[in-house]
Design a protein around this ligand. Sequence first.
Ligand code: GLN
Length: 189
Amino acid sequence: MVKIGVLGLQGAIPEHIRSVQTTGVEGIIIKRKEQLDEIDGLILPGGESTTMRRLIDKYDFFDALVTFGNRGKPIFGTCAGLILLANQIIGQDHAHLSLMDMKVERNAFGRQRESFEAELEIKNVAEDFEAIFIRAPSIESVGPDVEVLATYHDKIVAARQGHYLCSAFHPELTDDHRLTEYFVKMVKS
Ligand code: GLN
């Protein structure tokens, strides 16, 4: 059976596990880098990207995560996870995993709108996806190999680059599991 891990250092972990299980595959919380060898794909959950980065370093995950991606294993970053995947972060000198060629802006929707819901069209996934944004980032620009999957008010909020997928919103917080299912299909193929 296909096994999908959820990086279990911080953030919306059980919600992703539940969403993965709903699609009929196994969901595993990843707390040690050695566990990466047991899984076929990985979700980087939402949370707080700087905190998550600190924990990635503390538990010696950094190189193992980059290697996992470089070996062609699919990774899906949501919200803070999207920030971890980007190779440029506006206002910061250093990015994190730098696995996707895109420039991201943290907290892109302003303080007045800490969290909100919006119906999105997501290419190849859904025409009416109810997306929950929580202190969400946006993707300001993407490189030539990145496919834009969804926009909201002219900001890019979902994208794919080969075996990497990301969303600025939280697909695990509703009962609509179509984006998780799309990732599961990427892992299976
Ligand atoms: N604003 C957070 C960050 O910069 C992301 C928020 C989220 O993951 N819900 O990491």
